[in-house]
Design a protein around this ligand. Structure first.
Ligand code: CP
Length: 297
């Protein structure tokens, strides 16, 4: 049994072994694994999700597991039940793995200290979203083979992005160069200490990128006073067809979703030939199968 609370703490060889295993879970792969037959995977989503929850559910079912889908809406959280009481009560139903998303950074770590089963972080506050980073790395590895020496440019609301943080750690561990581009108000401190390079000038850095990952402007996590003008933000940091022209000819465009169309990403680019956004989603099922296997075994 192993938790996946963040990318930090996983060695390069462990990350690569997990991505290699995910490769075998792609459609048409060598074997149908039902290693979780008779086991339960519990999805505890204290925050909304389309991709992550569905993807873990499909992954768990493909491995033969029963899936317990819990969400805060309609639960006894409305009666004041705490995170730990909720987790312990779900644990009493016998899951092999609890997959948890929570608005507070560190919530999965707290749960992991109080339950006996494996815990997978499906996104905690602005901290980490390790399964997203792994599926992003997997998608890039499919194109390049190895990430060594490649430059991945992450553009957007880095401050509020657990995707950016997990990707920075994961991509660096796999040998890539990571450049983060955002307005100064949307960059947290400490990125350089984590191995990232920081810039505020998108047009200058775009030609260097082997891949561009756009991030959503997370307005729901910003107070009114600090909300940037979406028009201004889009003008300076939005990925438009004109900006795609500045990119390397074969550089793909990634986005973890959900997209603010016309803000961080032009619809023409989101749906265009450079976009691998739906490949990311498809790969997510294979990667999450590998995660559940590793964590439950
Ligand atoms: N990428 C991602 O976490 O999407 P959801 O919020 O829909 O799960």
């Amino acid at each position: 049994m192993r938790h996946l609370l963040g990318i930090a703490g996983w060695r390069r060889d462990e990350l690569e072994a997990l991505l290699d295993r995910a490769q075998e879970h792609l459609p048409g792969g060598p074997e149908a694994s039902h290693v979780l037959r008779g086991k339960v995977v519990a999805n505890l989503f204290f925050e909304d999700s389309t991709r992550t929850r569905s993807s873990f559910e499909v992954a768990a079912r493909r491995l033969g597991a029963d899936v317990l889908n819990w969400s805060h809406a309609g639960s006894s959280v409305s009666k004041g039940e705490t995170l730990l009481d909720t987790a312990r009560n779900i644990e009493a139903m016998g899951p092999a793995v609890i997959v948890i998303r929570h608005r507070s950074s560190g919530a999965p770590h707290l749960v992991a200290r109080h339950v006996k089963c494996a815990v997978v972080n499906a996104g905690d506050g602005a901290h980490e979203h390790p399964s997203q980073a792994l599926l992003d790395a997997f998608t890039l590895r499919q194109r390049w083979g190895r990430l060594d020496g490649r430059t991945v440019l992450i553009v957007g609301d880095v401050l509020h992005s657990r995707v950016a943080r997990s990707n920075l750690v994961c991509l660096k561990a796999l040998g890539a160069r990571v450049v983060l581009c955002a307005p100064p108000t949307l960059l947290p401190p400490g990125l350089e200490e984590m191995g990232g390079e920081v810039t505020h000038h998108l047009d200058a850095v775009l030609p260097q990128a082997d891949a561009v990952m756009c991030l959503r402007l997370q307005t729901e996590r910003m107070s009114e006073a600090f909300l940037p003008s979406q028009r201004e933000y889009s003008r300076l940091f939005g990925l438009t067809p004109a900006r795609v022209e500045r990119m390397k000819a074969d550089a793909p465009v990634l986005h973890p979703g959900p997209i603010n169309r016309g803000v961080e990403l032009s619809p023409v680019v989101a749906d265009g030939p450079r976009s691998v956004i739906l490949e990311q989603v498809a790969n997510g099922v294979a990667v999450r199968r590998a995660i559940l296997e590793v964590c439950a075994s």
